[in-house]
Design a protein around this ligand. Structure first.
Ligand code: NAP
Length: 364
């Protein structure tokens, strides 16, 4: 028996399956959100750099006014962007998101990445600034140097950011706070400096090719919900197949949703491979967000409650844990807080693209 909700360390209930919205184009996102909620999803995951929060806000407004769902029945999670780590920008980042989502509070606000990047002094970077080179416009969410690597804000650190995150819970702007893309050492650091509101969620990449068992155990012991992102393997991401600095397709030779062993299990139950992968996440005790903007797939993906993988089927997944990380983001690998530095010996993707850490780090 797999429960639909888990209890967070602050006592709130969090759905174990959520809809992701990264790379969901705005013109498809409103319908996707409405379809998801009508199909049973109660967790929606978003972020200001996804450029679709304003559309999600419109969808929520319609869902509430049509009586489909009440605000308190939803769990809405958003993220603090890397340019807004400085204490004076943290609250404004969330206020902008709340404005776009047309909400008074979110259920979870997580630090998107540990790497703080320049914000140009008093400026709080916003989505409309778009993506451009830092030296051309410092008012950007994506400040990169001439080599395409991210700049570092040397006067900002996530420990100081966390102190402000805690105040947002007291102010009622978010019910809980959490982390994303932090490694174990970085999470431990946050736990050691937390005064009142401990992280409830750690949202990191995990799927059948990257189980993250140590991190999951660490989270369980510390009462942090491990929430897998790219839970289906994030297929169809165009950069994976090109020669850019973020390329790297799975070395198994198969996309996760096309892996023959998973396909075989799916056929047995009359389910999709996505359903089988989601069921694996749930049966190892995890929680997840999976993205789709296709109404048929959104609805079908949520049908994971009416079948159960056997022990033998679960053990098939043990063979697939090859340490492939699709979002290694090597453009940030010269940042002192690049989270995957500690994992490099076990990572099988993109290793040649990681920048030599001994090189000088560029600051703005
Ligand atoms: N914190 C972070 O830094 C971070 C990073 C990455 C992701 N996330 C979050 O996690 C969410 C999920 O991760 P993700 O978007 O990277 O990838 P994902 O959910 O693993 O995979 C999404 C891809 O799978 C396709 N798909 C979905 N259901 C399918 C099915 N039944 N059959 C075949 N293809 C299917 C989608 O296409 P269609 O839309 O066409 O169905 C899309 O191309 C994100 O949307 C975001 O909310 C967070």
């Amino acid at each position: 028996m797999v429960e639909e909700y888990i209890e967070l360390r602050n006592g709130a209930k969090m759905p174990r399956v959520g809809l992701g919205t990264w790379q969901a184009p705005p013109d498809l996102t409103k319908a996707a959100i409405k379809c998801a909620v009508k199909s049973g999803y109660r967790l929606l995951d978003t972020a200001n750099d996804y450029s679709n929060e304003h559309v999600i806000g419109e969808a929520l407004e319609e869902l509430f006014s049509e009586g489909v769902v009440k605000r308190e029945e939803l769990f809405i999670q958003c993220k603090l962007w890397n340019t807004n780590h400085r204490p004076e920008h943290v609250k404004q980042d969330l206020l902008d998101t709340l404005h776009d989502l047309k909400l008074d509070y979110v259920d979870s606000f997580v630090i998107h990445w540990p790497q703080a990047v320049p914000s140009n002094g008093k400026y709080c970077a916003k989505r409309s600034d778009g993506c451009s080179l830092a030296h051309e416009s410092k008012k950007t969410m994506f400040p990169v140097d001439d080599d395409g690597y991210w700049c570092t804000d040397k006067e900002s650190h996530y420990v100081d950011t966390w102190a402000v995150m805690e105040t947002l819970v007291d102010e009622g702007l978010t019910r809980s706070i959490g982390l994303s893309n932090f490694n174990r050492r970085q999470v431990e650091e946050i736990l050691s400096v937390t005064k009142k509101h401990f992280p409830c969620v750690l949202q990191n990449e995990s799927h059948p090719y990257l189980h993250e068992l140590d991190l999951r155990n660490f989270c369980r012991i510390n009462r942090i919900a491990f929430q897998a992102y790219s839970a289906l393997g994030s297929a169809n991401r165009p950069w994976r197949n090109f020669g850019s600095i973020t390329s790297g397709a799975p070395k198994t030779g198969h996309e996760i949703l096309e892996h023959p062993d998973i396909l075989k299990i799916a056929q047995k139950y009359g389910k999709s491979t996505a359903n089988v992968v989601m069921r694996w996440h749930l049966q190892i005790g995890g929680t997840l967000v999976a993205k789709s903007t296709n109404p048929g797939r959104i609805e079908a993906n949520y049908k994971v409650w009416d079948f159960e993988l056997t022990q033998d089927e679960m053990s098939v997944f043990e063979e697939l844990n090859v340490g492939w990380r699709h979002l290694i983001w090597p453009e940030t690998s010269n940042h002192p807080d690049f989270p995957f530095k500690d994992d490099l010996p076990t990572i099988t993707s993109c290793r040649s693209l990681i920048r030599d850490f001994s090189k000088e780090v560029k600051y703005l």
